[in-house]
Design a binder for this molecule. Structure first.
Ligand SMILES: Cc1cc2nc3c(=O)[nH]c(=O)nc-3n(C[C@H](O)[C@H](O)[C@H](O)COP(=O)(O)OP(=O)(O)OC[C@H]3O[C@@H](n4cnc5c(N)ncnc54)[C@H](O)[C@@H]3O)c2cc1C
Length: 513
């Protein structure tokens, strides 16, 4: 069996940035499911948050993150995030990410729930693409070994210590085992759980399933962020219309042309994502429509085309000139707030197993992620993983770690007699209909029963689609069971049967196998 100091699963911002740091301290293998740039990072538009502006401060960034997290942020993790963010931006600049500037100064934009303009961007609304392409070029020109079209299928661990990973080259069917000292999961989120989502099709909850099956703790899965404004055009995938469009002055209107957000909240169009997403759903229901509109027509054409060239071009290609036409939008699943539970050094309860980026739950987002805090989270905690592990290079394997006492297992369920056959589209419809933005006990129970039945009936996976379906069903169960347990509404989790937050629930739900 080949052995590496580091194996990193995933080649988005979390995987590649961590790999570039790791290569200074040992041998590195990156395993990635598609080609190197197939990931969510590439799609990020709005930008990356860090308190680098004249009118900003670490304290303000801290306060905004805590306020968005609605009582569930880990304050130590947030403090680490906001303090280390400016230096991580310098790292990106040094790698060659071409952030936009105005008169020689870094350009900063405003996004919902930030109290000052704080968001750095590149290529207008093509931040993620610039970050991904810069890091992947760096990784390719370094000595990092990269295996593309390779699926991580199972973590090898013994007595609570990681030993390596099983992989499948799904084009040839060849399965292998590779050993390592540190295994870093950077597999992204699980947006493909939902019919309407903004995510890449490689994002199927694999890291959650790999970690859970190996005995890792998984937390905060009930909090799934829906982006309020994804393009809603027949036959077109729900392409994101960045919050920054509203940050620059765009406003939401219902199908009758009425500007509705001020009726729901004083923050109007720049309220937090969960509030805007729910308000849009109510408005869609009220007007009997499947969409609302963003009105950016009044913005100067030069702003629209230079700040949002990507969105402008995408819409134009689909017959919409957003300098003249309203943009039809509806909410779509966007970001997995929960994930593999880590400490402030990115390590899980399994010694040598780390998680970073969207697949990890460091505690910085609490119950609701502040916009543009996820790219920066991947950098800050990726760096900390390497800080921690480099001290171990050449030493004995790490000792087994203790888990959290308050963990629970997935509940046993009475499997219903008749259930639809499991398939990706059936799963995505189920989650969208019953575990979406607005939830209640009956629909959650129905979904939980069906998911449990599917989990029992699925055959052992053999190829990429069957691994992905197995992983999504397990991840969907974790989301649904956590949403059922949390009998309150908080952050991104909203239940009509428990519409208020409750002090009793100012705690986390943690699952383990
Ligand atoms: C449309 C869109 C816009 C966004 N805009 C912003 C923004 O402006 N600012 C912000 O901060 N965040 C934004 N986000 C969120 C942010 O982009 C993601 O949270 C972040 O990019 C996640 O990075 P990652 O490296 O953790 O995962 P990803 O970039 O998703 O990468 C995951 C990697 O894991 C690989 N992988 C998965 N499973 C396996 C497996 N079993 N075996 C091998 N490889 C595997 C994938 O192939 C991929 O390479 C946006 C997200 C979307 C979808």
């Amino acid at each position: 069996m080949n052995r590496y100091d580091y194996i990193i699963v995933g080649s988005g911002i979390a995987g590649l940035y961590t790999a570039l740091l790791a290569k200074k301290h040992g041998s590195v293998l990156v395993i990635t499911k598609g080609s190197i740039d197939d990931c969510n990072t590439r799609y990020a538009q709005g930008g990356i948050a860090a308190a680098v502006g004249k009118y900003d401060s670490i304290k303000l960034h801290f306060q905004d993150t805590i306020a968005a997290g609605d009582g569930l942020c880990d304050e130590d993790a947030v403090s680490i995030l906001v303090n280390e963010a400016p230096e991580r931006i310098t790292d990106l600049v040094n790698f060659g990410v071409p952030f936009d500037t105005i008169d020689g100064e870094i350009a900063l934009t405003m996004e919902a729930a930030h109290s000052v303009p704080r968001i750095l961007h590149a290529g207008g609304d093509a931040t993620g693409e610039h970050v991904e392409v810069t890091l992947s070029k760096q990784a390719r020109s370094s000595k990092i070994q990269i295996l593309e079209n390779c699926l991580a299928t199972e973590i090898i661990a013994e007595n609570g210590i990681v030993k390596g990973i099983k992989t499948l080259d799904y084009r040839t069917g060849s399965a292998e085992e590779v050993g390592c000292r540190s295994l870093i999961l950077a597999t992204g989120g699980a947006g493909q759980l939902f019919k309407f989502n903004t995510n890449s099709d490689v994002v199927t909850g694999d890291g959650i399933a790999l970690a859970f099956n190996a005995g890792a703790e998984i937390t905060d899965m009930e909090f799934f962020q829906f982006h309020p404004t994804a393009l809603r055009l027949p036959g077109v995938t729900p392409f994101l219309i960045s919050e920054a469009v509203r940050g620059e002055g765009g406003v939401l209107r219902n199908v009758n042309g009425y500007r509705f957000m001020p009726d729901y909240t004083p923050e109007a169009d720049l309220a937090s994502r969960d509030v805007v997403a729910r308000s849009i759903l109510y408005e869609m229901k009220k007007t009997g429509s499947d969409k609302v509109f963003i009105d950016a027509i009044h913005l100067p054409t030069s702003i629209t085309t230079t700040r949002f060239p990507h969105i402008y071009r995408f819409c134009l290609d689909h017959g919409l000139d957003i300098t003249r036409d309203l943009i039809p939008v509806a909410p779509a699943a966007h970001y997995m707030i929960g994930g593999v539970k880590t400490d402030n050094w990115g390590e899980t309860n399994i010694a040598g197993l780390f998680a970073v980026g969207e697949t990890a739950c460091t505690g910085v987002h609490g119950a609701n992620r502040l916009a543009s805090n996820s790219l920066i989270e991947a950098l800050v905690f990726g760096r900390r993983i390497i800080e921690k592990t480099r001290k171990r290079a050449g030493r004995r394997a790490p000792a087994a770690r203790r888990g959290t006492k308050a963990c629970q297992q997935l509940s046993q369920r009475q499997v219903p007699k008749t259930v639809p056959a499991p398939s990706l589209s059936a799963l995505q419809r189920l989650l969208c209909d019953k575990v979406g933005i607005i939830r209640h006990q009956q629909s959650l129970t129905k979904a939980a029963d069906i998911l449990a039945a599917w989990q029992k009936s699925l055959a052992p996976p053999t190829d990429r689609p069957s691994y992905e379906l197995n992983n999504l069903v397990l991840t969907g169960r974790l989301v649904t069971e956590a949403a059922l347990l949390r009998e309150e509404s908080r952050g991104a989790h909203f239940r009509t049967d428990f519409p208020q937050s409750s002090p009793q629930w100012q705690r986390h739900i943690i699952f383990t196998r």
